[in-house]
Design a protein around this ligand. Structure first.
Ligand code: ITT
Length: 197
């Protein structure tokens, strides 16, 4: 593919996505590369609705094929919260630190045996000609009582990755990109693009 717009402003995502797209796309642009790139209102009830909305607006605005990532943390004992509200769990404009503090607080009384959670990623690919596809990825883990590690972004320091026994923030970006929710969705996107050749 010649040119793909990645409809995100999240710097943590951009870092991971650039390496997940390696060798697949000649030129990658993101929201920050355009003046007045649309600020999509993420009012969908599902990750898929929000991902499609972001990708449609980006494809329409730029005239290029667009990829949007809507992702978040789903905690079983919190009835799936923060879910689609992951970016603003502690309120509009909340920082990662604010959201993590709220998560620690909400999980305070949940015993270690009941802290199952998952990171979920839905990628939406939309072209100006009207092609629309979605790809899903998920990784299971447990919510930690206190932050561990310095890597990644968002809730990574509070998410113990089952298959590594380390927090997501204790993984290198190479390790995270082997197992993450985002990586799994990108494997499906890569297969789709290759099947289109
Ligand atoms: P864009 O909409 O511009 O892509 P955003 O940060 O608002 O950026 P989302 O609406 O998809 O993105 O919200 C996802 C939130 O879920 C994100 O802000 C993190 O708090 C969390 N999240 C998603 N993927 C994550 C990951 O790999 N590690 C840690 N937290 C993650």
């Amino acid at each position: 593919m010649k040119h793909l717009v990645v409809a995100t402003r999240n710097k943590g995502k951009i870092l991971e996505i650039n390496s997940l797209l390696a060798g697949l796309v000649d030129q990658i642009s993101c929201a920050a590369d355009f003046v007045d790139f649309p600020e999509t209102v993420e009012d969908g009830a599902t990750f898929e609705e929000n991902a499609l909305k972001k990708a449609r607006e980006a494809a329409m605005f730029t005239g290029y094929p667009a990829l949007a990532d809507d992702s978040g943390l789903v905690v079983d004992a919190l009835d799936g919260r923060p879910g689609v509200f992951s970016a603003r769990y502690a309120g509009a404009g909340a920082s990662d630190a604010d959201n993590n503090a709220r998560l620690v607080e909400e999980c305070r009384n949940i015993p270690e045996t009941h802290r199952q959670a998952a990171f979920v990623c839905v990628l939406a690919f939309v072209t100006p000609e009207g092609v629309e596809r979605v790809f899903n990825g998920r990784i299971n883990g447990q919510i930690l009582s206190a932050a561990r590690g310095e890597g990644g972004f968002g809730y990574d320091p509070l998410f113990l990755v089952d298959c590594f026994g380390r927090s997501m923030a204790e993984l290198t970006i190479i390790e995270k990109n082997l197992v993450s929710h985002r990586a799994k969705a990108f494997i499906k996107f890569r297969e789709y693009l290759e099947s289109m050749k």
